[in-house]
Design a protein around this ligand. Structure first.
Ligand SMILES: NC(=O)c1ccc[n+]([C@@H]2O[C@H](COP(=O)([O-])OP(=O)(O)OC[C@H]3O[C@@H](n4cnc5c(N)ncnc54)[C@H](OP(=O)(O)O)[C@@H]3O)[C@@H](O)[C@H]2O)c1
Length: 336
């Protein structure tokens, strides 16, 4: 089978090689992968920004495939079933713990950038029939993170106001979930053309953060000084002060991303004065994944796929992600 190996940090060290198709252990499943999607986390991994990485590694957390074979004790899946991978392989239910956050697909263990993978039956979910393989492959990281932010943590209600930053994977899923609930959505982006596409997805208010660098003022104008109920904060240190400038008293900020950096200066006075809830988020559990799938199926929500590439295009795909030119999800179609 074909697989990619990352032997050290950098795009140049991500090589396609041939390997043996692995055999599943007692509680494991052999999955023939059909598609994968790219996340910012994969870029961070391939560029070697995580000092704990062990090489060689098969990267990528997100995949959709078909069960090819199962171990003798497997009870959740049978050959022929379509599945998606999970990000935290051991986080089944309940709150995050040190233990259940340990095993990360395409990070602390091998991921989905390969034709076949062996994985614990506990680390898979059944794929919904109404979505194709490419759509299913977008869900394990970005969609589930957005779901946890909007639904599980902030419990956004109809007529509340949500702010999403940029038009990448997490943000567009957050936009779709918030709109489905009936909330009002303000979206920021670097480009007017992307804002127009976000408007077609239902975004109510559009802010170009390049043209309006002090965009929290615009958020306050739109919300008549009140601020928003939830900020889906993916920018990190470069956007946090604007997020605090945008949030309502008693509002919620989901601390998710680091697109503009990791530097940590905590604006204690603003956090206190706003009585804001800052909630750190690392994806979610498998049970939350299944709840999200049920909601998506009920409302027939389709992921926004901006770019479809092939298995051989992993490096150009990651370069596209790094450029920030993309819109929504970038997927690799292994059938192409
Ligand atoms: N904690 C978790 O569990 C978790 C899970 C998933 C992702 N994340 C993190 O969340 C972030 C987004 O991930 P993703 O996979 O959705 O990324 P992505 O698909 O690569 O989205 C990136 C997009 O964000 C926008 N952006 C870039 N810099 C920005 C800035 N300074 N302010 C506002 N928007 C900016 C750009 O869109 P425009 O051109 O439209 O501005 C860019 O295309 C990353 O930092 C990632 O590591 C965390």
């Amino acid at each position: 089978m074909k697989l990619y190996q990352l032997t050290k940090a950098g795009f140049g060290s991500l090589q396609q090689v041939e390997g043996e198709i692995p055999a599943p252990g007692e509680y494991e499943v052999l999955v023939k992968l059909k598609a994968a999607s790219l996340n910012y986390h994969d870029l961070v991994t391939v560029l070697g920004l995580n000092p704990k990485l062990r090489f060689p590694l098969i990267p990528l957390s997100d995949g959709c495939g078909v069960v090819e074979a199962v171990g003798s004790a497997v009870s959740r899946f049978q050959p022929g079933m379509r599945v998606a991978t999970t990000f935290f392989q051991q986080w089944i239910d309940g709150p995050p713990t040190r233990d259940n956050l340990r095993v990360m697909t395409g990070d602390s263990v091998d991921g989905t950038l390969c034709e076949y993978m062996v994985i614990s039956e506990q680390a898979l979910v059944a794929a919904p029939d109404y979505l194709n393989d490419l759509e299913v492959a977008t869900l394990p990281c970005a969609a589930l993170t957005a779901w946890r932010s909007v639904v599980e943590e902030a419990n956004v209600q109809r007529d509340q106001v949500v702010l999403v930053q940029g038009t990448g994977g997490v943000s567009l899923f957050a936009l779709q979930f918030a709109k489905q609930i009936g909330a009002e959505v303000i979206i920021t982006s670097s480009a007017d053309e992307k804002l127009e596409r976000a408007s077609n997805l239902g975004a109510d208010h559009l802010i170009n953060y390049k043209k309006t660098p002090n965009w929290s003022k615009e958020v306050k104008r739109i919300t008549e000084k009140r601020g928003v109920d939830l900020v889906v904060e993916v920018g990190g240190s470069g956007t946090m002060s604007h997020s605090l400038g945008s949030v309502a008293v008693g509002g919620h900020i989901s601390v998710i991303g680091v697109l503009s950096g990791f530097a940590d200066v905590l604006p204690v006075a603003s956090i206190m004065a706003l009585n804001v809830t800052l909630k750190g988020i690392t994806v979610a559990s498998r049970v939350q994944f299944e709840a999200m799938l049920a909601f998506m199926a009920e409302h027939q929500i389709h992921p926004v796929i901006g770019h479809q590439l092939g298995f051989d295009d992993a490096v150009p795909g990651l370069e596209l992600l790094q450029s920030g030119q993309h819109f929504g999800k970038i997927v690799l179609d292994y059938q192409r």
